[in-house]
Design a protein around this ligand. Sequence first.
Ligand code: HEC
Length: 152
Amino acid sequence: MRAWVFVVALVFVGQPLWAADAATNDDYCRWQAENFAIQQPLCGLQGDPERGRKIAADSHAGNCLACHKMPIDEEPFHGTVGPPLLGVGARYTAAQIRLRIVDEQQINPMTIMPGFYRDPKLANRVAEEFWGKTFLTAQQVEDVVAYLVTLK
Ligand code: HEC
């Protein structure tokens, strides 16, 4: 009887605790959008353009090429669902590019572009592997921002 109560307690009390744990994502840094831009680098991190280029091309990371044409000639397929990103660094500041990668929905609520760094607690209907996680880490976002500002 006691063991049974313990098991039930574990199921009802333990489960939500674990779920909450998974969803809090200790590494998540809050950001603030103002005038359609995020001025502060995520978690105060500095990006690396070389790494950013790889992340943008990597179909298991940013996968930006699936929707955007970029000057990454070694990859044969570039999608055209989104606007070409050639010259994006001349059109936008780093802060404006950051918000577009972090959460394009703040600019266009109907966009099909995924928000790569939205608060995981707000996520709904995400694939199991992304529960409690952002699609890119803060460092990866900053790397991609650092790369895109070089596209002038
Ligand atoms: C599923 C398709 C898709 C993916 C994947 C995607 N985007 Fe986009 N992106 C779009 C679309 C569509 C737009 C056009 C704006 C809109 O829909 O709000 C856009 C807009 C943008 C813009 C603004 C461009 C402009 O000229 O206004 C930037 C910057 C951008 N995306 C960067 C990225 C980066 C960096 C990645 C990868 C980390 C990425 N996108 C992944 C679809 C995508």
